[in-house]
Design a protein around this ligand. Structure first.
Ligand SMILES: [Fe+2]
Ligand SMILES: [Fe+2]
Length: 195
């Protein structure tokens, strides 16, 4: 990241002495920083490459394959981007990876897709929790939830089956413009007046 001169930076060392000028300067650097969010997300997604975690394909290609299946099944752009980024928390959140994708995408996606991302880890557990001594039906606690079937479908159709090295997976370039469009405008944030 480029060095910024002191004239472009806030003068305060404690927020209690902050001024309007300070916050104009901070505000001015936020816009380009926020605009580059898709680049940072894509860079982190690429960082999943080469990390197999014991699976037949690495986490980056699992992500691409999940998005490819959703895209080929005619899902809308926001859904495909959720599919692409659903495991982006794998590196930094080994004990709660689903929370990370859900939190990162929360400002940009519907509550329904956010719920799906947040809970996909438990729903995906249906396919393997019993091998770990856990209850594969843990997802049943959400059986009456309005988005239970929606989340179950994500795992069933796109996630649990995306470990196939022979599948014709689309490259990241196919999804990049979608990521940029979905992340272009936040809908929910404490920094937005209407939130
Ligand atoms: Fe996952
Ligand atoms: Fe996954």
């Amino acid at each position: 990241m480029a060095e910024v001169s002191t004239e472009e930076r806030a003068a305060f060392h404690e927020m209690t002495s902050g001024t309007a000028t300070d916050w104009q300067r901070i505000g001015a650097s936020f816009a380009p920083f926020a605009k580059a969010l898709p680049d940072r997300m894509l860079e982190h997604l690429r960082a999943l490459g080469g990390d197999y975690g014991g699976y037949a394909i690495d986490r980056f290609h699992h992500s691409l394959q999940t998005a490819t299946r959703a895209h080929r099944d005619g899902r809308d752009e926001e859904y495909v981007v959720c599919a692409l980024l659903h495991d982006i928390g794998d590196l930094l959140g080994p004990y709660n990876h689903a929370d990370i994708a859900a939190s990162m995408l929360k400002p940009f996606i519907s509550e329904k897709n956010h719920w799906m991302l947040e809970h996909h880890g438990i729903f995906q557990g249906y396919y393997f929790f019993h091998y770990l001594g856990l209850d594969r039906n843990m997802r049943d606690r959400f059986r009456d939830h309005e988005w239970y079937a929606y989340t179950l479908e994500f795992c069933d159709k796109y996630d649990q089956n995306s470990f196939d090295p022979e599948y014709d997976t689309l490259p990241l370039e196919t999804f990049e413009p979608m990521v940029r469009r979905v992340l272009a405008t936040p809908k929910r944030s404490i920094y937005l007046a209407e939130a």
